[in-house]
Ligand binder design. Structure first.
Ligand SMILES: *[C@@H]1O[C@H](CO)[C@@H](O)[C@H](O)[C@H]1NC(C)=O
Ligand SMILES: *[C@@H]1O[C@H](CO)[C@@H](O)[C@H](O)[C@H]1NC(C)=O
Length: 526
């Protein structure tokens, strides 16, 4: 028991009218209503009021809880005016705990508590007192009710409902921003003394956080707390009763505080210049490569939109923002050609999509980088001068005659020489041949229009340096008729022949019909 408690006890007892004997006298007259309520108003000093001239005392005993002595704790004394001290009266106790917790000396009226009492368990005990004549067993006093009120001592420390709290507050919050409120409860009597008066203090977590002593509200205490530097804080709060004074009991709790993200960081490209390469053969839509601006923030505060804002490649390339990876993917917008342009430059901008006007003072929430894209040469196959060729040839030409020439070139800058060949599947009879060096087609067998009017050939051009790069082209060969069969006359031709005509002379020709004089027999004409 603390010294001040001893002292208080002493004062309590010293103030009593009968120093060692708080007494309850039996009630003779009805107590006026007002006085009954008075009687229930607890006095802070624990003093027991005494109204001697009325013959009875206030009907309350006060008892300190948590008595630690080895003997029974003295509660007080019942007394009747009729008691002459000759032992003829018998005091009887009934009600809450009578006979067990509270025992009475039937001769003297002294009441003792048999064990330690905890106010927090039960603060009032209502009992009844009787005084009877030991011999006649008749009551000498009317039965009287009284109360034993248990006085609080500070035997309960403040406790927090949670051992660990979690809370969060946005980074960069102004000093004094409320984070969370913690509240401890104290089972001691809040209406009596300071045993239940709790004051909060911070044991760990300064200088970042503070706690309001009276309310337990935790607030930020440092300006510009930056999540990107430190995200987690462990704050220990102490609640102490007795108004926080020395000797008060205390309990603690831990508050884990997380700084949540705000957009206080712009995106930043790690390099000033990024080099990418793409094959000239890449089709439109091909991804050339990606750029990424880093943002120290998280979630939507790190979201970035990419744009091409300048450069000589704005017509040729696009950029799309890949949401998942937060990368800018550069794609081919128009067909590329190494032979016409080998390098493009783009100025790419990355800008936060969710900006917070509060942090505009930190600067623009965007960044730019230069992307240089090299176009890489691809060994492209030869290109013919036409998409197809049509050669017309008379059927009677001599074997070996050139019927036409195809032309092809290598579009690459290396301009590899071309080798021509005939797809033999298109010329199974091996009627044609080609000069591999210059693409001139010639006949290797006589032609016969009656056999076939068309010879549809395929010519293959291959690069000599890279024979895998080939291109095929269709060559239509149309055989033109030469009149080597007896014509069937569709009409009758009237004609004349001169007298001096000779055999073998061309007699008549129209369209593809020719009549030669074979034998001449002159007849006299009229
Ligand atoms: C192609 O080459 C052959 C053989 O060398 C030659 O006879 C022919 O005239 C050439 N063709 C052309 C179009 O020069
Ligand atoms: C060859 O091509 C011509 C013109 O396109 C076509 O009329 C003809 O039927 C073709 N002949 C063969 C055998 O494919």
């Amino acid at each position: 028991m603390a010294l001040y408690q001893l002292l208080r006890l002493f004062l309590l007892w010293a103030c009593l009218p009968h120093f060692c004997c708080p007494e309850i006298m039996f009630r003779r007259t009805p107590v006026p209503q007002q006085r009954i309520s008075d009687a229930h108003v607890p006095r802070s000093d624990g003093k027991i009021l005494h109204r001697q001239k009325r013959g009875w005392m206030w009907n309350q005993f006060f008892l300190l809880e948590e008595y630690t002595g080895s003997d029974y704790q003295y509660v007080g004394k019942l007394h009747s005016d009729q008691d002459k001290g000759d032992g003829s009266l018998k005091y009887i106790l009934s009600g809450d705990g009578a006979g067990t917790l509270f025992i009475i000396d039937e001769k003297t009226g002294d009441i003792h508590a048999t064990r330690r009492i905890d106010r927090e368990e039960k603060a009032f005990y209502t009992l009844r007192a009787q005084a009877i004549n030991r011999r006649t067993l008749r009551p000498v006093e009317p039965e009287s009710e009284f109360v034993i009120k248990i006085h609080d001592i500070n035997d309960n420390e403040p406790t927090f409902p949670e051992e660990i709290y979690t809370a969060s507050v946005p980074e960069m919050s102004v000093v004094g921003t409320s984070v969370v409120q913690v509240a401890a409860t104290d089972a001691d009597d809040p209406s009596y003394g300071n045993s239940a008066r709790v004051i909060y203090s911070i044991l760990q977590g300064q200088p970042y956080f503070s706690v309001e002593p009276e309310t337990g509200i935790i607030r930020t205490a440092l300006p510009n707390m930056n999540r990107e530097n430190r995200e987690q804080y462990q704050v220990v709060i102490q609640a102490k009763d007795m108004g926080g004074q020395m000797g008060g009991l205390s309990g603690t709790t831990t508050v884990n505080i997380t700084l949540t993200d705000v957009n206080d960081n712009p995106p930043r490209f790690p390099q000033n210049t990024i080099h990418l390469r793409v094959l000239e053969s890449s089709p439109v839509g091909t991804a050339v490569g990606s750029v990424k601006a880093n943002d120290a923030d998280i979630g939507k505060n790190a979201e970035v939109e990419y744009r091409i804002i300048d450069g000589d490649g704005t017509d040729m390339f696009d950029i799309i923002t890949e949401k998942d990876t937060q990368e800018g993917i550069i794609t081919v917008k128009k067909p590329l050609d190494y032979e016409s342009r080998r390098l493009y430059t783009l100025k790419v901008e990355a800008e936060n999509t969710h900006v917070d006007p509060r942090f505009y003072y930190l600067g623009p929430f965007k960044d730019t980088t230069v992307v240089k894209i090299s176009i890489e040469d691809v060994d492209e196959p030869p290109v013919f001068s036409r998409s197809s060729y049509l050669f017309e040839v008379h059927e009677d030409i001599e074997v070996g005659t050139i019927i036409g020439t195809v032309m092809a070139r290598d579009p690459d800058s290396t301009a590899s020489p071309i080798r021509f060949s005939l797809d033999r599947h298109t010329d199974l009879d091996r009627i044609f041949n080609i000069h591999s060096g210059n693409g001139s087609l010639y006949t290797s067998k006589p032609l016969d229009r009656e056999l076939s009017q068309w010879h549809n050939l395929t010519v293959i051009a291959a690069e000599i340096n890279n024979p895998k790069e080939t291109t095929r082209v269709a060559v239509f060969v149309r055989i033109l008729d030469v009149n080597d069969n007896a014509p069937q006359f569709a009409v009758f031709y009237d004609t004349f022949v001169c007298e001096n005509a000779r055999p073998g002379q061309l007699f008549y020709q129209e369209n593809s019909i020719a009549i030669f004089i074979v034998k001449l027999k002159m007849e006299q004409m009229d």
